[in-house]
Design a binder for this molecule. Structure first.
Ligand code: HEM
Ligand SMILES: *[C@@H]1O[C@H](CO)[C@@H](O)[C@H](O)[C@H]1NC(C)=O
Ligand SMILES: *[C@@H]1O[C@H](CO)[C@@H](O)[C@H](O)[C@H]1NC(C)=O
Ligand SMILES: *[C@@H]1O[C@H](CO)[C@@H](O)[C@H](O)[C@H]1NC(C)=O
Ligand SMILES: *[C@@H]1O[C@H](CO)[C@@H](O)[C@H](O)[C@H]1NC(C)=O
Ligand SMILES: *[C@@H]1O[C@H](CO)[C@@H](O)[C@H](O)[C@H]1NC(C)=O
Ligand SMILES: CC(=O)N[C@H]1CO[C@H](CO)[C@@H](O)[C@@H]1O
Length: 352
């Protein structure tokens, strides 16, 4: 009894600190159509505190590890692009999960992001039971990463259910473009997901935070220097990556590496984009005007980001009685194991 009233007290304390220090998402943006089965108030009666729980956990976690925000944003992107936002990226046994540690590309998705999702899910399950999906927790975590870093605090439609299958290697390769891609390839690649040129330029703005490994951009340095690189910027990249294939990293946005703002686009104007896939957006007449408009108008970028992220966040979602609510984000519920796909070489983190 004493301990339960103490936990009620703790909860109220936490709730009030949330209200005092954590701003709420804003309705002041335009949203794309919300797909059937998802809604902004999905957990209103079954787990009304879910958003506060996610946000208050992350608020503390970000203070300890600022890179977690970038890790979580990228995790949601990889989840959605490969087989839809179904939490398949989180499964152990896919190299996207923490198990295939020997896979070199694992270096580029952060272990801390997987851990955070699992810890949040445990907290949410304790409060509400097994009600909230891992894919929804990933979507909320991506939003909180953006808003905590200074970006727009948007609403997230909820009600995704977690998938029962691993993604196959072929799906990963088909939907996650390489950072060495040119704009034509990127446009075609995103079109498979009904994302257009505006979405491409907008979502690439996610590179306003986080890091890249030399292996993701050193083809711009060796065997010869990419002529679209600003020379002083290139000189610094050679300091980070003195030879090909080192494990060093550098920031994606040299102006404001940890702030979610429009400086990524200013970098592109100055030929200081990190990846070929970034800098190309300023070199192609289909995307250049959009880059220029975002570089000059942060509010316009934020509005577009909310719109395109919401589109991305609804890709091939499972709703209603499809999929399941995973009890452990890293594993399909044991009772549903007979659904397990035979292909276990799933690897959403493969490559980029
Ligand atoms: C358009 C195609 C895209 C390509 C080719 C691409 C490629 C990459 C690559 C190669 C990295 C660095 C990996 C490493 O070397 O560590 C990276 C990092 C990142 N990407 Fe993308 N990306 C794309 C789209 C997106 C989208 C849509 C988002 C989110 C909206 C996003 C968010 C991020 C973030 C936040 C990081 C930093 C991760 C960290 O610091 O841990 N990217 N991306
Ligand atoms: C873009 O990349 C694709 C795939 O690598 C390649 O086939 C195509 O020739 C490239 N286009 C241009 C204009 O460089
Ligand atoms: C992309 O789609 C959005 C609607 O989702 C639309 O407003 C925008 O104009 C489109 N952009 C291009 C370049 O077609
Ligand atoms: C990058 O890696 C190389 C070799 O792995 C190392 O010698 C060098 O000091 C590193 N540079 C930076 C800036 O971390
Ligand atoms: C790059 O380095 C990794 C180890 O860091 C090694 O396994 C891989 O074979 C190297 N690739 C090339 C092309 O040198
Ligand atoms: C969740 O599943 C993973 C993968 O099967 C396992 O390693 C981990 O111990 C599980 N976590 C809990 C809390 O049961
Ligand atoms: C996310 C992930 O699996 N990270 C692992 C990648 O591989 C290195 C080296 O084996 C491990 O230390 C990481 O934990």
């Amino acid at each position: 009894m004493a301990s339960s009233s103490f936990s009620v007290f703790l909860f109220l304390l936490m709730l009030s600190s949330c209200i005092a220090f954590l701003p709420s998402p804003s309705q002041a943006y335009n949203y794309p159509p919300i797909v059937n089965g998802l809604s902004f108030s999905y957990y209103k009666s079954t787990c009304p505190q879910v958003e506060l729980l996610v946000r208050s956990y992350l608020k503390e976690a970000f203070k300890k590890n600022i890179g977690l925000a970038a890790g979580l944003l990228r995790l949601h992107f990889h989840d959605c692009f490969v087989q839809g936002c179904d939490g398949s990226i989180l499964l152990d046994g896919s190299a996207g999960g923490p198990s295939e540690k020997q896979a070199p590309p694992n270096l580029t998705l952060r272990q801390a992001a997987f851990n955070a999702i699992n810890e949040i899910q445990a907290i949410v399950t304790k409060a509400c039971g097994s009600i909230v999906s891992c894919s929804d927790i990933a979507a909320l975590s991506a939003r909180d990463s953006v808003s905590w870093s200074g970006g727009p605090d948007y609403l997230v439609p909820l009600g995704r259910r977690d998938g029962l299958t691993f993604a196959t290697m072929a799906t990963v390769l088909k939907f996650l473009p390489s950072p060495n891609s040119n704009v034509s390839f990127l446009i075609t690649s995103l079109a498979q997901l009904n994302l257009n040129t505006t979405d491409l330029v907008t979502l690439s703005g996610g590179h306003t935070i986080g890091i890249g490994h030399c292996t993701s951009f050193d083809s711009r340095l060796f065997p010869s220097q990419d002529p679209t690189l600003n020379p002083p910027f290139a000189k610094n990249l050679y300091l980070t990556c003195p030879v090909k294939n080192t494990t060093n990293t550098t920031v994606n946005d040299i102006r404001t590496p940890n702030l979610f703002d429009n400086k990524y686009y200013v970098d592109l104007l100055n030929r200081e984009g990190l990846f070929t896939s970034d800098q190309g957006l300023y070199g192609d007449s289909r995307t250049k005007p959009i880059v220029t408009s975002f570089a000059g108008d942060q509010a316009l970028f934020f509005q577009n980001f909310v719109y395109s992220m919401t589109k991305m966040g609804q890709l091939s979602v499972l709703t209603g009685n499809k999929g399941q609510i995973r009890r452990n984000c890293s594993a399909i519920n044991p009772s549903d194991n007979h659904f397990l796909a035979t292909n276990v070489d799933a690897d959403e983190s493969k490559l980029f």
